[in-house]
Write a protein that binds this ligand. Structure first.
Ligand code: BES
Ligand code: ZN
Ligand code: ZN
Length: 477
């Protein structure tokens, strides 16, 4: 983890300066010639970065471009942080101080966030991790405006996001369903929230037919994890329930995926990681809320006893499901978790899942496909948090006509719709099992990236943690 703290003075530190006023650069020890050089670059070229390395200390001056919208400006700064992070590491710099000529707290925090998130690495399986390790370990913020509380919140949130990334990056050879539950237990101990794990026998006694069906082809037992964080003065009277898809590996089952489709399927528990790490973050930050996290977990594999297309399942709530594609497994395990969640009489349920290729086809990796039955107030608040964290939400239609597409001839519903609107029919399947106000976030696009994109590193992104944290922080009912 990159540490983030306040800088008491500037001294001879390596510096990154967010600059909207060139003349203000004299405050940071830049001479006339240097300032003129920056001015020439910023005013006469379209360069956004000027770098001084001559004097032993490195100074990076970043031009602060203002977008038409405050949250777009903030995102631009996060991205500038990410490119600066690459350069700092190329120059083998260990510690850097950041400043802003406007001394705007939200801009400095965004810069620090961009640097810290971009500096993440997953080196557990490298033979010589030290050789590949980034040099940068610490970011100090030189500012009067940044509050200590905002700083500790950023530290918690970056840590939680990178924890989620690591869980996603862990292969199933290590991260079985049981291991995932143990990781949640560790997070609970560390941050102070309650964790209860149901084992296979308990899941059988509860008749969670969806989770058990998907698990039939596996040598590893399923788990069902319940996490609970309750602040003494929670703003919500009834709990908010978060549900995360915990498919630790998705081969597709007998509807087997092909090579490239399967390659990244260790990411199929990204929803679960987001839920566990959100609980971690809100508990560490002691947000005044009451949140319950539910994670059904298993791998989806082939075996002599594995479930097959045509099977009819009886779910935890008694619904019969004609199971027509073993690769539509996520909705089966989520359905049981969603109907389990109803007993808490939640005021809001949100599930996160790498649920459909159709969501990726619809909007790619730059946003979250969203749909659900929550009211406009909640939807708007979620959208605002999505923009603020740049984990943006794209809402799909959720018309009742889609309900028809999952009706079954021989059971109540079936686990696939037609060839079109696949992310919506998946959502409709989930909706069958929830009566409370509910939102479904299909994170199949942004959960796992084939290449770095700004401060989102290659592989697991930890998507969902920053979004949910922001939403819960601003929650009131
Ligand atoms: N885990 C996949 C969805 C997925 C695709 C996640 C790409 C991340 C990236 C899910 O279980 C799945 O296989 N869905 C099927 C559903 C279909 C059989 C109705 C799909 O989208 O193809
Ligand atoms: Zn699948
Ligand atoms: Zn899946």
């Amino acid at each position: 983890m990159t540490t983030i703290q306040k800088a008491s003075s500037l001294q001879d530190d390596h510096l990154v300066i967010l600059c909207s006023s060139v003349s203000a650069l004299s405050r940071y020890g830049l001479g006339h010639a240097e300032i003129d050089h920056v001015r020439n670059n910023f005013e006469k070229t379209d360069r956004k970065l000027v770098l001084f390395t001559g004097t032993g200390r490195h100074v990076y001056v970043l031009k602060k471009d203002k977008k038409d919208n405050p949250w777009k400006t903030v995102e631009l700064i996060r991205k500038a942080g990410a490119s600066t992070c690459t350069m700092l590491n190329e120059h083998k710099i260990k510690a850097v101080t950041i400043a802003d000529t406007d001394d705007r707290s939200e801009h400095l925090l965004a810069l620090a966030e961009g640097i810290a998130l971009a500096n993440y690495q997953f080196l557990k399986y490298k033979k010589n991790p030290d050789k590949e390790k980034n040099s940068l370990v610490s970011v100090s913020i030189f500012s009067k405006s940044v509050k200590p509380s905002a700083l500790s919140e950023l530290t918690i949130l970056s840590e939680a996001t990178t924890l989620a990334r690591t869980l996603v990056n862990e292969p199933v050879s290590w991260l079985s369903a049981q291991q995932l539950s143990k990781e949640f237990e560790k997070l609970g101990k560390d941050a102070g929230f309650r964790v209860e794990i149901f084992n296979k026998a308990k899941i059988e006694s509860l008749k969670m037919g969806g989770l058990l069906a998907v698990n039939k082809g596996s040598k590893q037992p399923p788990t069902f994890t319940i996490m609970e964080y309750k602040h003494a003065r929670a703003r919500n009277k009834k709990p908010i329930v978060l549900v995360g898809k915990g498919v630790v590996y998705d081969t597709g089952g007998y509807n087997l995926k092909t090579g490239t489709g399967m390659e990244t399927m260790k990411c199929d528990m990204a929803g679960a990681a987001a839920v566990g790490c959100t609980l971690y973050a809100i508990a560490k930050a002691k947000l005044p809320v009451h949140v319950i996290g539910l994670v059904p977990a298993t791998d989806n594999r082939i075996d002599g006893d594995a479930y097959v297309a045509g099977d009819v399942l009886t779910m935890y709530d008694g619904t019969t499901v004609e199971m027509l594609n073993t690769d539509a497994e996520g909705r089966l395990i989520l359905a049981d978790a969603l109907s389990w969640g109803e007993q808490y009489k939640p005021e809001l349920v949100i599930d996160l899942a790498t649920l459909t290729g159709a969501a990726v086809a619809a909007i790619g990796q730059h946003g979250i496909v969203s749909m659900g039955t929550a009211g406009d107030r909640v939807k708007n608040k979620l959208k605002t948090s999505g923009n603020a964290t740049y984990e943006r939400l794209a809402e799909m239609p959720f018309w009742e006509e889609y309900d028809e597409m999952i009706k079954s001839d021989i059971a109540e519903i079936k686990n696939i719709g037609g060839p079109y609107g696949g992310s919506i029919t998946a959502g409709k399947f989930l909706a069958w099992f929830v009566k409370s106000p509910w939102m479904h976030f299909d994170i199949a696009g942004p959960a796992f990236l084939p290449a770095r994109d700004g401060y989102r590193t290659k592989g697991g992104t930890g998507v969902g943690v920053r979004l949910l944290f922001d939403f819960l922080k601003n929650y009131s009912n």
